[in-house]
Design a protein around this ligand. Structure first.
Ligand SMILES: Cc1cc2nc3c(=O)[nH]c(=O)nc-3n(C[C@H](O)[C@H](O)[C@H](O)COP(=O)(O)OP(=O)(O)OC[C@H]3O[C@@H](n4cnc5c(N)ncnc54)[C@H](O)[C@@H]3O)c2cc1C
Length: 291
């Protein structure tokens, strides 16, 4: 009879070997980071016995580096740790505000943004913020590592692009240049402890008052978070006037393909995502201006 097992490898090669060995005998493996999704799923729908592979003992998954060369957030680094990092607060306030919206203080003590990404919920709050910030997945494979932009990582509801034998080591992000700031806003029916009806992540670069680069991503309004290049196109070359913001909002609305559920109708979600887009742009703009 199959049962649960637990392993906490000390090296990436050991972790990859365990994943591969289990795959070769048809045994399901589930990575454990903070466990805030895994444990809920084990008590709910996911009763199938499996091998639990805890990645918190690995040096690589605990890396947190912030320098002019770039940013690395290991997949075992909790939201609480990144939220308290002063360099990250300055560099990526939007990514941190997304992490800070996930659950409660207690949840953030365990939850990781990489777990949020791997869980691949359409409403995962950190995902649009990561996409806006140009985050790239650093994936451990049997032969080394490979990279994949976050916007290509989630491939469906609850599904990611990891192949058997792979796991997410961490995220690589560029250090934002001067004049670049991000923002993330979501709307929920309740103020706390609820999942998004819609969410928008934005990163803007301004030079002499003109927007020279932008990334806009939407969440909770499609099976996966989506990068919306049309929204960015509406902003680049403008001074972020009302018309540009309205055009970007309409682009987000057009890119959304939401469902209707108890949190809101599809029509309502489309309306909300346009509003959030305009507000997130205004917030990132204020941050660039130091307001
Ligand atoms: C009370 C409560 C409130 C919540 N509120 C929110 C909210 O407001 N917004 C929101 O977006 N989420 C929310 N969540 C969901 C959850 O907290 C997040 O998804 C969390 O970020 C997951 O991170 P974790 O480290 O706990 O992942 P885990 O639970 O350890 O893992 C999540 C999934 O990803 C896989 N995984 C984890 N790490 C890796 C890796 N490195 N490589 C490959 N696969 C991996 C696991 O196998 C599992 O399938 C809430 C959860 C709870 C319990």
């Amino acid at each position: 009879m199959e049962s649960y097992s637990y392993a906490a490898p000390n090296s990436v090669s050991e972790a990859v070997a365990l994943l591969s060995d289990n795959a070769s005998i048809g045994r399901q493996t589930q990575i454990l980071a903070g466990g805030t999704d895994v444990l809920v799923q084990m008590r709910g729908s996911g009763h199938t016995p499996r091998a639990i592979l805890d990645i918190k003992a690995l040096v690589e998954t605990n890396r947190l580096e912030v320098s002019a060369e770039g940013i690395y957030i290991g997949s075992a680094v909790s939201s609480a740790v990144i939220n308290e990092n002063q360099q990250l607060q300055e560099a990526l306030p939007g990514l941190l505000e997304a992490a800070d919206l996930i659950g409660s203080t207690q949840i953030q003590g365990r939850a990781t943004i990489c777990g949020n990404l791997c869980n691949a919920s359409p409403a995962g709050d950190s995902i649009p913020a990561m996409i806006a910030a140009s985050a790239v997945c650093d994936i451990a494979t049997a032969t080394g590592t490979r990279e994949l932009p976050v916007e290509e990582f989630v491939v469906g509801v609850g599904q990611n692009a990891l192949q058997p034998g792979e796991f997410l080591l961490g995220l690589k992000l560029p250090m934002p240049t001067p004049g670049t700031k991000d923002a993330y806003l979501r709307f929920t029916p309740r103020t706390e402890m609820d999942i998004a009806v819609a969410g928008v992540g934005v990163s803007l670069t301004l030079k002499e008052g003109v927007c020279t680069a932008a990334r806009v991503a939407i969440g909770a309004v499609a099976p996966t978070a989506r990068l919306v290049p049309e929204a960015a196109n509406a902003l680049v070359g403008t001074d972020l006037n009302d018309q540009a913001l309205a055009d970007a909002g309409e682009a987000c609305k057009a890119a959304a393909s939401p469902i209707s559920d108890k949190r809101g109708t599809a029509q309502y979600r489309k309306k909300v995502v346009a509003v959030l887009c305009r507000r997130a742009i205004a917030l990132a703009h204020q941050r660039i201006q130091g307001a």
